[in-house]
Design a protein around this ligand. Structure first.
Ligand SMILES: [Zn+2]
Length: 508
């Protein structure tokens, strides 16, 4: 469409909507005129739509004995340090509703998200495209993967989880009350570190999972480091809702940090995400509120970012001796949570509150080609299988059998992924079903026509790591087949689609 045609179409649309509005006001005015009682007239003429918010948490802790970490061979959970929750926030602008759910889980399977959305549609009427369900990526939780038959033999954890997520959203809807909303962006640059590094030549060649030589190493130790292979996103983007009388209802934040960890082996825990939720409630004076305040921390874009401080040799010389503090279990997670909550609170004091904002959502399903192994990788895998060579790499994340599985004609050739964008006044949310690299999130924030943009990853599904094509060329753990599941340029297609979707929201 040419600019002029587009402008014309737009102005006609505006004219039409203005006419409609005038007509609507006329009808309302005549209604008011007909109704004799002023009380009745006020009740029948909701001239100004009411903005409402409700929030609730739903306990999703699996039973002790079910795998605390679906992807590793670690022993099953023996203890619960703190309960896992689906943290649910529902917003309602009088016309549309939006449900934002963040679960204390390592992953969010597309099946669990889709099934929960079906129940949510039946019980609340909120359509699936207006429901975002994500995982925090706490590494000490159940993985919510139905296909891995997690939770057996005690019970079907996937079914329990699906139901509990839907319950949480229904309870948030039940608690909708007139509210106001504000949003802001804080920064905490000291707790995020890119974990992929170029190494000094003295460290020797870096071997990948399939004995190929790579240019970067993930979590490479502490010496002989040259420079990180990518950036970090220090922003904590957040929204806050309170009742019209000023009672805090919920605060949802997003930070690009993989997780913190430092927990007791065998214990289930929601990690720093839940500690942030508690602390921010405490700082808002929101404890013992009725209904209870709900704090939420989502995972931003942290596929290549963790909480382990690493510096180049030069930087280390400049910084001098590093702290040798040994943290007690959970102490580091609490420290990070407290720092993030304090940073959010500084910005929270300056928030502009809105009595009403418009909500809108756009969802798209993209079909990606599944990653295929190269000829060299297949030859290597076949040689290892036939015991002709012994692999140098001992990685359990992408083995010869992973390569052969991805080369098999039985492997479905494509993966459907759900992308979502939501508009909450002048704040936008982008939801992505991957462990997304920080630079992708930064690019999105930079190209988004609506700002600020809150990125939420591991949302509505979980289809592995998402590096950029450039990072694929560098290699490293996150780029290996199996750990990464989709075509090498998937990030480019995803970002372009999300920017278009945000554009659609902008023009609404
Ligand atoms: Zn991860």
């Amino acid at each position: 469409m040419s600019k002029t045609v587009a402008a014309l179409a737009f102005s006609t649309m505006m004219e039409r909507s203005n006419t409609m509005r005038t007509l609507y006001r006329c009808i309302l005015a005549s209604l008011c005129f007909v109704l004799a009682s002023p009380d009745l007239a006020a009740a029948a003429a909701p001239d100004k739509p009411v903005f409402r918010a409700g929030a609730a948490t739903s306990n999703i802790t699996p039973s002790i004995g079910s795998a605390s970490n679906a992807r590793s061979s670690r022993p099953e959970a023996t203890h619960v340090h703190d309960e896992l929750h689906a943290r649910c926030l529902v917003l309602d602008d009088g016309q549309a509703k939006l449900a934002l759910v963040v679960c204390d889980l390592r992953h969010m399977s597309a099946e669990v998200a889709a099934n929960a959305k079906q129940i949510i549609r039946e019980t609340t009427g909120i359509p699936p495209e207006c429901v975002l369900i994500s995982a925090t990526h706490t590494h000490t939780s159940s993985g919510a993967r139905l296909e891995e038959r997690e939770g057996r033999p005690y019970y079907d954890y996937g079914a329990f989880l699906t139901r509990r997520i839907a319950d949480g959203v229904l309870r948030a809807v039940n608690q909708l009350e007139p509210a106001r909303i504000g949003w802001g962006v804080a920064e905490e640059p000291t707790q995020v570190f890119n974990r992929r590094w170029f190494l000094k030549a003295a460290r020797g060649p870096i071997y990948g999972a399939h004995d190929n030589i790579e240019q970067v190493d993930t979590n490479p130790g502490y010496s002989g480091l040259l420079n990180p292979a990518g950036p970090v996103d220090p922003q904590i983007t957040f929204l806050s809702v309170q009742s019209t009388s000023g009672k805090p209802i919920a605060l949802l934040a997003s930070y690009g940090l993989h997780y913190v960890g430092g927990v007791v082996p065998g214990a289930i825990s929601a990690d720093y995400f839940a500690m942030f939720a508690d602390r921010v409630g405490e700082l808002l004076g929101a404890d013992r509120k009725d209904p209870p305040f709900v704090g939420i921390m989502a995972n931003g874009t942290s596929g290549d970012v963790n909480n382990i401080a690493r510096y180049s040799d030069e930087e280390l010389t400049k910084r001098g001796p590093q702290s040798t503090k040994r943290y007690l279990p959970y102490e580091k997670a609490r420290e990070v949570a407290d720092l993030c909550a304090a940073k959010v609170m500084v910005v929270h004091k300056t928030l502009k509150w809105h009595d009403h904002v418009k909500l809108a959502s756009v969802q798209r399903t993209l079909t990606f080609e599944r990653r295929r192994p190269t000829k060299t990788e297949v030859e290597w895998a076949e040689a290892v299988k036939a015991k002709k060579i012994k692999p140098m790499s001992t990685s359990r994340y992408s083995t010869y059998s992973t390569v052969l599985a991805y080369a098999s004609p039985e492997m479905p050739p494509t993966i459907d992924v759900i992308l979502q964008t939501h508009r909450i006044g002048d704040l936008a949310v982008a939801a992505m079903p991957f462990e997304v690299f920080a630079e992708i999130g930064l690019e999105l924030k930079q190209r988004s026509p609506i700002r600020p943009l809150m990125n939420i990853s591991i949302a509505n599904g979980s289809h592995g790591y998402l590096p950029t094509p450039e990072q694929h060329r560098l290699g490293g753990y996150e780029t290996w087949i199996g750990v990464n599941q989709v075509q090498l340029d998937a990030s480019v297609k995803m970002v372009n689609a999300l920017v278009e979707m945000l554009g659609e929201l902008k023009s609404e």
